[in-house]
Design a protein around this ligand. Structure first.
Ligand code: FAD
Length: 450
């Protein structure tokens, strides 16, 4: 049996960054992935990531063959396709579309350079338990029948949305059931366009039931003449697969006429607040496995990287103190949930508003500019939707034809504020978790805008 301080399951963006940070902190770290090494990083994704996540984590910006395009802004279209909102000129929006495989390979190489031992073609199967404490991991190598084991102090489940180890642990701290309406089912293609784009640095986002019920369609540039184009719809209510919506969008959006498909595939991404606890005894969760994804747009690369840095530091502290219980690892919860987690949780309210308003209401809101680009940026930064009295009056005047919608907007703003407050008051130990989570659930339940 092998021994390590930490075993990280999954070498996606979250797992690779977490493993690297653990190794940098002096921990003997094993990172395992079921993929062969040369495929690590490949993933069906929109490939868009903002620069702000790199600034927040100190991770080097993507460069050279990791970059497909620089992105400087986005145009957001309502269902009518008229009165689009141009979100441009905001430095905190700047970023890139990345070459997902090359970017992922770089994160893995960085981890290995920091001292991480990488095991490719290894499929983690079961946690090893001593009582209710995780003490290692069982795994199988490709084409081998025999189960192997690694004994360790901390297991980190970074296996993506499937959360393969999380599902096998019985603990009140761990949420396993995720509502269908909190999962975006996506289908996307990378296509070569017939002619170059006029604005290859501007992303396009399309709202409304025709192309993406309770979700959105996107066109993210990848160079002058290539785009990553897809549709994500939130599940449930008999909406089925995103594919028919995708093909409708592709047929009707002029830019995509006669394009050549280079790559295609589907995937799922969670779109709600993070798990109520990111740790249990001897185990922690990071990335999609922890539901660390921006609920509005499903972007999770940055959130997982941010969490990975914190988790590596908390792992070091917990191992040094020999406190590998949930309580000993709680600092990860405290740092992430009251920081970036707060932002994600408040955006869940905004997502619910977008899911619940009708196409007509959305068209009206865009036409009358009830929300402006700086509101969207402020909400995305975690500053909520707080309007000055003067701004409120201006918008009431503009939205006078639909007071109901104005009221919904106002209520969403106040619930976002409340959610942020509750997340800033994350309990200092596991004993306070249920009471805290009840406050969260109360806010979520009142975020019904139908
Ligand atoms: C269609 C789509 C579009 C998206 N667009 C964007 C976007 O534009 N920008 C953005 O920021 N985010 C986007 N996301 C979300 C983003 O892709 C994820 O949030 C992010 O990749 C999660 O990283 P992760 O490391 O947690 O998980 P993953 O990238 O899923 O990595 C998990 C790793 O675990 C490995 N693994 C799984 N099971 C096992 C096992 N049993 N044993 C060993 N290894 C295992 C897998 O092989 C994989 O390498 C999108 C998602 C989808 C589906």
């Amino acid at each position: 049996m092998k021994k390590a301080d930490v075993v990280v399951i999954g070498a996606g963006s979250a797992g690779s960054v977490t493993a690297r940070r653990c190794a940098e902190m002096g921990l003997r770290t094993v990172l395992m992935d079921r993929k062969p090494r040369f495929l690590v990083g490949q993933k069906v994704c929109g490939d868009e990531i903002s620069k702000s996540h790199f600034d927040a984590t100190g991770i080097d910006y993507p460069e050279l063959d990791e970059i497909s395009s620089s992105i400087d802004g986005a145009d957001v279209y309502p269902p009518s396709l008229d009165n689009e909102l141009r979100v441009r000129g905001w430095t905190d929006f700047d970023g890139w579309t990345v070459h997902r495989l090359n970017f992922g390979q770089r994160l893995l190489n960085d981890a290995m350079r920091a001292g991480v031992e990488f095991l490719s073609d290894c499929h983690a199967t079961m946690p090893m338990m001593r009582g209710d404490q995780v003490v290692g991991i069982e795994y199988k190598e490709l084409d081998e029948k025999e189960e192997k084991k690694i004994d360790c102090k901390l297991v980190i489940d970074a296996s993506g949305f499937a959360g393969v180890i999380k599902r096998k642990i019985d603990s009140d701290l761990i949420e396993k059931k995720i509502e269908k309406s909190d999962v975006a089912l996506c289908y996307r293609e990378i296509v070569k366009l017939k002619s170059p784009m006029d604005e290859p640095e501007i992303a396009g986002v399309f709202l409304g039931g025709k192309y993406a019920p309770s979700g959105y369609a996107w066109v993210f540039p990848k160079g002058l003449q290539e785009v990553n184009v897809g549709v994500g719809i939130t599940g449930g209510e008999g909406k089925g697969s995103p594919k028919p919506y995708y093909f409708r969008f592709k047929d009707e959006y002029p830019l995509l006429a006669d394009c050549e498909v280079l790559e295609a595939g589907g995937g799922a991404v969670p779109v709600r607040r993070p798990l109520k606890s990111l740790v249990a005894n001897g185990i922690a969760f990071v990335g999609d496995s922890a539901l660390q994804v921006n609920p509005i747009h499903g972007g999770g690369i940055g959130a997982g990287m941010r969490a990975g840095i914190i988790l590596g530091e908390v792992a070091k502290r917990a191992i040094a103190r020999r406190e590998l219980t949930a309580k000993g690892l709680w600092h990860y919860n405290l740092r992430f949930q009251s920081g970036f987690g707060q932002r994600l949780a408040s955006l869940e309210i905004f997502k619910r508003l977008l899911q619940d308003v009708s196409d007509e209401e959305m068209n009206f809101g865009f036409e009358k500019r009830l929300l402006e680009a700086d509101d969207l940026m402020a909400a995305n930064r975690g500053d909520g939707l707080s309007f000055s009295m003067f701004e409120k009056l201006k918008r009431v005047k503009r939205g006078i034809g639909n007071i109901r919608l104005l009221r919904k907007l106002q209520r969403a703003a106040s619930l976002m504020k409340e959610m942020s407050k509750v997340y800033r008051e994350y309990p200092s130990n596991p004993e306070g978790l249920e009471q805290w989570n009840n406050r969260v659930l109360e806010i979520v339940q009142s975020a019904d805008f139908k």
